[in-house]
Design a protein around this ligand. Structure first.
Ligand SMILES: Nc1ncnc2c1ncn2[C@@H]1O[C@H](COP(=O)(O)OP(=O)(O)OP(=O)(O)O)[C@@H](O)[C@H]1O
Ligand SMILES: [Mg+2]
Length: 199
């Protein structure tokens, strides 16, 4: 076991998430650079299937989607974005979904890509469960979760609406005009480029 492994992002994230009550396999120990964790099992005691190997009724799809969003919120409240969350990295244990595979986990506050990764994680869940419950496909929970997080308002128990309303303060006309002008200039520059014969 080396120091570098102890300090690896995956191990760190696993311990932090377990401590925050996120449904991840319980970590036990390191042996020769290998992290020992609980085997996640199904009702028969066999290794639990990944979500992508399971079919869901619409009701179950809604239920698991909602509970995984709660896990995403709990992770973010613990300062972590999974970064590779999808039907391939969630196991369906007897008592519900368990999240695995954390090497890409990032620090929510200190990483420029955290927002993008969170949005993708949430989109992956929506698109997967949306196959079984199409009503989910119109939801935008990622933006809502990130906005609450940024404002310091996110709690694991926060009730989400599934609709995202952008800032609706007074419209800054100057800003709008600048954007319109930028777009015009870009278009003009593009035309110029097209007219200029390549040498
Ligand atoms: N704690 C666990 N309990 C049961 N099965 C597990 C556990 N951890 C991992 N697995 C199984 O091993 C597979 C690979 O684990 P993981 O996703 O963490 O590794 P990976 O290197 O990303 O591999 P992959 O490319 O398959 O995702 C999982 O999809 C799952 O089937
Ligand atoms: Mg994996």
């Amino acid at each position: 076991m080396t120091e570098a492994i102890w300090q690896s992002a995956e191990v760190d994230a696993l311990y932090r998430l377990a401590a925050a009550g996120v449904r991840v396999p319980t970590p036990h120990n390191f042996l020769e650079g290998v992290l020992l964790m609980d085997l996640v099992t199904d009702a028969n005691g066999d290794a639990a299937p990944r979500l992508n190997d399971v079919m869901f009724s619409p009701e179950d799809a809604h239920r698991h989607h909602a509970s995984l969003l709660k896990e995403v919120m709990r992770m973010l409240c613990a300062g972590i974005v999974h970064g590779d969350l999808s039907e391939f990295n969630v196991l369906l244990a007897e008592d519900g979904p368990v999240i695995i595979d954390l090497p890409q986990a990032v620090d929510a506050a200190g990483n420029n890509h955290a927002r993008r990764m969170l949005l993708r994680d949430v989109e992956n869940l929506r698109n997967f469960f949306g196959q079984f419950a199409p009503a989910l496909l119109g939801t935008h929970y990622g933006d809502e979760i990130w906005q609450l997080y940024e404002r310091g308002l996110l709690r694991p128990e926060t009730e989400l609406t599934g609709t995202f309303v952008r800032e609706s303060g007074p419209v800054d006309l100057g800003n709008v005009m600048r954007e319109v002008n930028d777009a015009r200039e870009e278009e003009a520059a593009r035309r110029l480029r097209m007219q200029t014969p390549r040498q």
